[in-house]
Design a protein around this ligand. Structure first.
Ligand code: F0G
Length: 450
C-alpha cells in the first residue's frame, strides 16, 4: 500500500544569480562563475496532485523508516539520495504539531492563529528537517568530517546526525553567545566543539577557509540540501490544513535559510497544483540584528549592508545573512512583509506563547511580536488565518526564561524602565519554608491576583 515507489526525482543545481547549472557543487556551495548561492531545481516535474497527496498520507501508516520521517515522506519533492537504505540518516524528524494559540489570538486580535512547532523535532529545533537531507548527502559522498558555524541549533542538529551516521563533526560557535542547552547537545553528541572568540559571522569566515583546505563537508544552510529538507515544514503544514493555505505565514529571520526554504516550498506547491494560492510569507528580525529589514526598507532589497549584530535572542544574532537574496525573492513572490521587533517585544511575546501552554525559545517569539506590528499596520486583518513558525523549543534557552520571570533580564540595560510593562506576565518562583500554611497562603495570594 503505502510504500508505492514513484520515479526518482530528477534535480539539478542552478545559481540563483547567473543561472549557471553546474554538475556538482564546490566545497563552499557557491557558483564558480559568479560566487552566488546555488539552489536545486527540478526540470520536467510532473505529478498528479491528488495521487501525490494520498501517497504521502498513506505513508503515515507505514513501518518503513523513510516513510515515518516527516521529511522523507515527501521525498518526491526532494533531491534523490542514491541507496537511501544505506545512506539516509533519519531520527524520525518532522511530524511536528500544529497548535491553536487561543490566548495569543485574542491578545493580537485575529480569529485564526496557529503555531507550527518546529521545536518538537528530535534535537528540538527546525534544523533537523534540513540536516537529515544534507547529512545523508555527506554520508553518500563518503565524507569522514562534517562542519558548521552556528548560533547553537545547527550545531546541535549536525552533531546528532553526524553521530548517527558515524561521521566526525566540527562545530564553530561564538564563545559565550550561545545558550547552554544548545552547547550541551553538541558535547553529548560527540562533536569537536570550538568556541571561537568572535561572533557567528566570524565563525562563518573561518569555516569557509577551512573547507577549502580540508576534506570537510559544509553543513550550513548555504548547502542547498539543507534548504530542500526544510521545505517539508511547509508541505506538512499544508497537509495539516487539508491543503487550504492560510493567509499569512510568519517566520523569524537570521541567516535567512528557513524563510527561503518555506517560500520555495510554497512556490513549488503552487506550481505543482498542490495548493491553489500562496500565503504571504513575512520575515521578522530582532532590531539589534536587522540587516535584512534594513535592506528591504532602506535599500529596496538592492543591497544588504552587514552589521555588528546584538540581541538576547542569540539564535538570530547574525549580521551578514548568507541567504538574503533567496529570502528577498520569496518575500516578493508571496507579497510578504518584513518587520523588526525590540528586545522587550520579543521577551513579552515569548511569555505570551508560554501562557498558551506551548512555549518556544526567544528567536521563535519574534513571530508573535512581529504579528502584533503587522496587525497594527493593517497588513494582517482580523479575519485572516495566520500561522507562526516556532523554530526552537522552550528548553533550548532556560536561562533567558528564568531571568525574564525573575525580572532580571533587562536589569542594568537601557530597557530596564520599559520592561516593567511585562510584569504581569512574570511568574518568579517563590521560596518558602516546608510549611503547609505557607504554601496555602501562596495559593490564596495567587488566586486573589488571577
Ligand atoms: N530560530 C532559531 C531557533 C534558530 O536557531 C535560527 C537560526 C533561526 C530562527 C533563524 O533561521 O537562520 O534560517 O533564518 N539558527 C542558526 C544556527 C543560524 O546556527 O543554529 P535562519
Amino acid at each position: 500500500m503505502s510504500t508505492t515507489k514513484t520515479a526518482e526525482t530528477v534535480s539539478r543545481l542552478r545559481c540563483i544569480s547567473c543561472g549557471a547549472t553546474p554538475d556538482s557543487a564546490g566545497e563552499d556551495f557557491r557558483c564558480t562563475a559568479c560566487g552566488d548561492l546555488l539552489e536545486f531545481v527540478f526540470p520536467g516535474w510532473s505529478f498528479d496532485p491528488a495521487a501525490l497527496k494520498s501517497l504521502w498520507l498513506n505513508r503515515r501508516t507505514s513501518r518503513e523508516a523513510l516513510d515515518q520521517s516527516g521529511v522523507w515522506r515527501f521525498r518526491e519533492l526532494l533531491p534523490h539520495i542514491p541507496n537511501p537504505e544505506e545512506h539516509v540518516i533519519t531520527l524520525g524528524e518532522g511530524n511536528t504539531p500544529l497548535y491553536r494559540l487561543p490566548r495569543c489570538a485574542r491578545a493580537v486580535g485575529v480569529e485564526n492563529l496557529h503555531a507550527k512547532h518546529q521545536g518538537m523535532n528530535p534535537t528540538a529545533s527546525f534544523k533537523d528537517t534540513g540536516m537529515t537531507v544534507a547529512a545523508s548527502s555527506a554520508h553518500q559522498q563518503e565524507f569522514r568530517w562534517v562542519a558548521c558555524a552556528s548560533t547553537g541549533n545547527t550545531s546541535a542538529s549536525m552533531a546528532a546526525y553526524a553521530a548517527r551516521g558515524n561521521m566526525h563533526s566540527l562545530v564553530l560557535i561564538p564563545d559565550g553567545k550561545i545558550s547552554w542547552g544548545k552547547l550541551s547537545q553538541s558535547l553529548d553528541y560527540g562533536a569537536l566543539t570550538c568556541q571561537l572568540r568572535t561572533d557567528f559571522d566570524g565563525c562563518v569566515r573561518i569555516l569557509n577557509e577551512l573547507v577549502r583546505q580540508k576534506p570537510v563537508y559544509l553543513l550550513n544552510s548555504v548547502n542547498p540540501y539543507r534548504i530542500e529538507g526544510q521545505k517539508t515544514a511547509a508541505i506538512e503544514l499544508m497537509e495539516q490544513l487539508a491543503w487550504e493555505p492560510p493567509d499569512h505565514i510568519i517566520v523569524p529571520g537570521g541567516n535567512l535559510g528557513n524563510s527561503s526554504a518555506i517560500g520555495k516550498a510554497l512556490l513549488e506547491m503552487r506550481e505543482l497544483k498542490l495548493i491553489s494560492r500562496l500565503p504571504k510569507l513575512s520575515i521578522i528580525q530582532a532590531h539589534g540584528a536587522n540587516p535584512f529589514y534594513r535592506s528591504v526598507r532602506e535599500f529596496g532589497g538592492k543591497k544588504l549592508e552587514p552589521m555588528a549584530a546584538d540581541t538576547l535572542a542569540t539564535a538570530i544574532r547574525i549580521g551578514n545573512p548568507a541567504s538574503w537574496k533567496k529570502a528577498l525573492r520569496v518575500l516578493q513572490a508571496t507579497g510578504g512583509e518584513v518587520e523588526e521587533v525590540s528586545e522587550i517585544e520579543i521577551a513579552t511575546a515569548k511569555a505570551e506563547i508560554g501562557a498558551d501552554g506551548i512555549g518556544c525559545e526567544p528567536a521563535s517569539a519574534v513571530t508573535l511580536a512581529g504579528l502584533k506590528k503587522l496587525r497594527r499596520s493593517g497588513f494582517v486583518k482580523s479575519g485572516e488565518a495566520v500561522v507562526l513558525i516556532l523554530t526552537g523549543h522552550l528548553l533550548k534557552d532556560p536561562d533567558f526564561t528564568i531571568k525574564f520571570h525573575r525580572g532580571d533580564l533587562f536589569a542594568g540595560t537601557g530597557d530596564a524602565a520599559e520592561a516593567v510593562q511585562a510584569k504581569s506576565l512574570q511568574h518568579a518562583p517563590v521560596v518558602l519554608d516546608a510549611d503547609l500554611g505557607a504554601v496555602m497562603a501562596a495559593v490564596d495570594a495567587a488566586e486573589r491576583n488571577s
